[in-house]
Design a protein around this ligand. Structure first.
Ligand SMILES: *Cc1c(COP(=O)(O)O)cnc(C)c1O
Length: 483
């Protein structure tokens, strides 16, 4: 047996090659929690969430969290919330999809119709969990192509065209991972309501609010996207994204008990009690649920609002600063005046002015009315070279910029937009609570440094250089040469 100290050192050292989570601008996940939250996590590491007989206090915390979310997402108040903690949005999305499939099938069978070809509709900007759900549970996925006009997210009119009698529902994403844009939940619901009046087809919506379900209620309380939108029947989110809790924790809630078919719930006589379970995984750490509750009572609505606002302010600052260089343009739109979408010289100047005005007028970071003047969206900055810069520097390469930023510690991915817009590549920064204004200033400087280095490197094409003349290109093993 290896001494514990050695085993520790081996594992510890091997992990030094991981990037630093604080500088990981690629992830939406929480990379920092308060020491008090960490203390609670440590104190409860050994608890299994599902043992509700033994850990009755934990179960009470679970119910409090569900009540908080039901209120936040404007669920009807006439019954206790139907929902559960899960390991992440993926599990919530799968459970939401399963409930849609079961309800559709029950209805079809009751009408004596074929129930063998279910389909589900969502945008091509979907996170992989949506396609996984469709494939794992044998549902045809109908992907709606994205375009510049749909701001690289769901085109609600094209989505409507894909509906037929076998459509079990739609996934609408509040905050796409590609660019942070919110898809139009209320507008989609209105189109579906019209369809229902005209054809009788009643198509429900599951909102994938992985990030947005914790951003919108605080930063954009004027936006309708939750259970107050008629066709929304279920909502999932990641507690470990803007819920500000370490991974893995997520949530899924239904509009009411009738939207979660009985066939999907199991009643277990478990260790002396009766328990209803409808998660994919049974056992599950309790500590992150406890940490989530800590956040709820520690921050409350006001605290979450302050944090979301400050993430948005820093993301807008980054966006405006990058566009001011003339080298970069943003595909994300959160820094632009509400209703103004896409980069142009006019929108660049307008965004710059708006940010200055906001900085002058905002009295408190806890006041979400500052967001009224800006577009909706996640605190995400997705950016690419401007057309002008590309024309002047045809060799310019965003991949190299991304790689060079790693030298300075930043993890900023460069990736193609969804299929059929994959010719556009974006560098993406997720602005989180731990991303300070100071870090934003540094980041802009380092992006410009990396861009300059990239240009210098590109000016010297390896093939043109004289290293070939030194014989280094000869195909021989170095040992043979020395020997
Ligand atoms: C992160 C994310 C998911 C998956 O969430 P997990 O919590 O990682 O399972 C699904 N959809 C969207 C839009 C996401 O951002």
């Amino acid at each position: 047996m290896m001494p514990a100290r050695n085993a520790y050192q081996i594992v510890h050292d091997s992990l030094l090659f991981d990037g630093d989570p604080t500088l990981n601008c690629a992830t939406f996940l929480t990379t920092w929690m308060e020491p008090e939250a960490e203390k609670l996590i440590m104190e409860n590491l050994g608890k299994n969430r599902v043992d509700i007989d033994e850990y009755e206090a934990t179960e009470r915390i679970h119910r409090h969290c569900l009540a908080f979310l039901a209120d936040l997402w404007r669920a009807p108040k006439n019954e206790p919330p139907t929902g559960t903690v899960v390991v992440g949005s993926s599990e919530g999305i799968m459970l939401g999809g399963l409930a849609l499939k079961w309800r559709w099938r029950q209805r079809r069978l009751a009408e004596g119709k074929d129930a063998s070809k279910p389909n589900i509709i969502f945008g091509a900007d979907a996170q992989v969990a949506l396609e996984k759900t469709a494939r794992y549970f044998d549902i045809e996925s109908r992907l709606v192509p994205v375009s510049e006009d749909s701001r690289y997210s769901l085109d609600i009119h094209k989505a409507l065209e894909l509906v037929d009698e076998n459509t079990i529902g739609m996934y609408v994403i509040l905050g796409t991972t590609y660019t942070g844009h919110f898809e139009q939940v209320a507008e989609m619901s209105a189109l579906l309501e019209k369809l229902k009046q005209e054809t009788g087809l009643d198509i429900p919506i599951h909102v994938d609010g992985a990030s947005g379900a914790f951003v919108a209620p605080f930063a954009f309380p004027d936006l309708k996207w939750g259970f107050d939108v008629p066709h929304v029947v279920s909502i999932s989110t990641s507690g470990h994204k803007f819920g500000l809790t370490y991974p893995g924790i997520g949530w899924v809630l239904w509009r009411g008990a009738e939207y979660l078919p009985d066939d999907l719930t199991f009643e277990l006589a478990y260790l002396g009690g009766l328990e209803k379970t409808f998660t994919l995984n049974f056992s599950h750490p309790a500590c992150f649920l406890i940490a989530q509750y800590y956040n709820f009572i520690r921050f409350g609505r006001q605290g979450y609002t302050r944090i979301m606002n400050s993430c948005l302010i820093n993301a807008r600052l980054l966006s405006v600063a990058l566009e001011a260089t003339g080298i970069y343009q943003c595909i994300s739109d959160i820094h632009r005046p509400r209703g103004m979408l896409g980069y142009s010289e006019e929108s660049r100047v307008a965004a710059n002015q708006l940010l200055l005005d906001a900085a002058r007028n905002v009295k408190s970071v806890g006041d979400s009315s500052m967001n009224h003047a800006f577009n909706y969206g996640l605190p995400v900055c997705a950016f690419s070279f401007t057309d002008k810069f590309k024309a002047e520097h045809p060799m310019a390469d965003q991949d190299v910029v991304s790689t060079l930023l790693r030298v300075r510690g930043w993890i900023i991915p460069n990736y193609p937009l969804p299929p059929n817009k994959s010719d556009v590549q974006v560098l993406r920064v997720v602005v989180k609570e731990a991303t300070s204004e100071d870090m934003i200033n540094r980041l802009v400087r380092d992006v410009m440094w990396a861009t300059q280095k990239m240009l210098e490197a590109k000016g010297q094409n390896l093939a043109d250089q004289d290293w070939r003349q030194h014989g280094l290109h000869r195909q021989c093993h170095p040992r043979e040469e020395t020997g």
